[in-house]
Design a protein around this ligand. Structure first.
Ligand code: FPP
Length: 242
C-alpha cells in the first residue's frame, strides 16, 4: 500500500481510536510458544497500527497495554511485559518523534518500575514539543479507579470551598479524568472476539462505536485496521437522537 494519507472508502476516519489489544497469550499458546512471545509479536502489531493510523490521519490512538488487573499475572509475565514496553520505547522513539507523534501515558504510573517510568517521562517530554498526532498508552490503567480518583478530586475541591457541589455536572467529571483535553474515542476496537469492555475508558466510550474482531492482536495488521475504519464509516451515529 502506498505511503500516503488514506481515507476510508465510505468517509473520513475517526479522530480517536481506542484499542483493546487482546489475544497475545492465545496466539502464542496455539503455536506452542511462551506467552511472552505473543506479547513480542503484539508489539509488532502496535508498530503496524501506528503506521496505518498515520496513513488514515487518525489523530489519537489509545492502546490498552496493561490493566490494573494485569498486576496479578505471574511475575515472569509482568516483568517480561515491562521489559518489552521499555524496549519498544527505546526502539521506536526516533520514529515516533520523526512522525510527530506525541506520547502520553495514563494510569497508576507510580506502580511501574522506576526505569520504565523515567524512560516514558523522557519520551513524553521530548515528543510533546512538536507533534501532529498522539499515542496514548493505558498502563496500569483501570477505568473505575480513574473515575473514583476524579470523584475524590472533586470532593476535595468542594470540601475546601473551591467548588459548589450544585455545579458538578458531566463536564466537571470529564475535566477531572486523567487526560481531560483528549476528545472521546469514536471507535473502540477489540481483538480476539471477547465482547467485554474490561474496565477500559468506561466514561469516555459512552458513545463510541464498538468493533470486535476474532483476530488475535499479533495477527491484527494494517488491512484489519482499515476494515474497522471502513465499518465505522458505514455506521449512522445518532447519539440517542432519531
Ligand atoms: C492481552 O492479551 C494483552 C496484554 C495484556 C498486553 C498487551 C501488550 C502488548 C501488545 C505489548 C506491547 C505494547 C505496547 C504498547 C508497545 P492476553 O495476554 O490477555 O491474551 P490472552 O487473552 O489470549 O491470554
Amino acid at each position: 500500500m502506498e505511503n500516503r494519507k488514506r481515507k476510508t472508502e465510505s468517509g473520513n476516519a475517526p479522530t480517536h481510536v481506542a484499542i483493546i489489544m487482546d489475544g497475545n497469550g492465545r496466539w502464542a499458546e496455539d503455536r506452542g510458544l511462551p506467552r511472552l512471545k505473543g506479547h513480542e509479536e503484539g508489539a509488532r502489531s502496535v508498530r503496524a497500527i501506528l503506521r496505518a493510523a498515520k496513513k488514515a490521519d487518525v489523530k489519537y490512538v489509545t492502546l490498552y497495554a496493561f490493566s490494573t488487573e494485569n498486576w496479578s499475572r505471574p511475575k515472569a509475565e509482568v516483568d517480561g511485559l515491562m521489559k518489552l514496553l521499555g524496549h519498544f520505547m527505546k526502539r521506536n522513539a526516533k520514529e515516533l518523534i520523526e512522525d510527530k507523534v506525541r506520547l502520553r501515558v495514563m494510569g497508576q504510573l507510580e506502580r511501574l518500575p522506576k526505569k520504565l517510568q523515567s524512560q516514558l517521562e523522557a519520551l513524553m517530554e521530548k515528543s510533546a514539543k512538536d507533534y501532529e498526532r498522539t499515542l496514548i498508552i493505558a498502563l496500569s490503567y483501570g477505568s473505575r479507579t480513574e473515575i473514583a480518583e476524579a470523584a475524590k478530586a472533586i470532593a476535595r475541591k468542594a470540601a475546601a470551598g473551591d467548588l459548589d457541589p450544585e455545579t458538578v455536572n458531566e463536564e466537571t467529571v470529564a475535566q477531572h479524568l486523567y487526560l481531560p483535553d483528549v476528545p472521546d474515542p469514536e471507535l473502540m476496537i477489540r481483538t480476539s472476539g471477547e465482547l467485554r469492555l474490561s474496565n477500559f475508558l468506561l466514561w469516555q466510550l459512552s458513545y463510541a462505536e464498538l468493533y470486535v474482531t476474532d483476530t488475535y492482536w499479533p495477527d491484527f495488521c494494517e488491512e484489519q485496521f482499515f476494515q474497522a475504519l471502513e465499518s465505522f464509516g458505514q455506521r449512522g451515529r445518532r447519539y440517542g437522537r432519531i
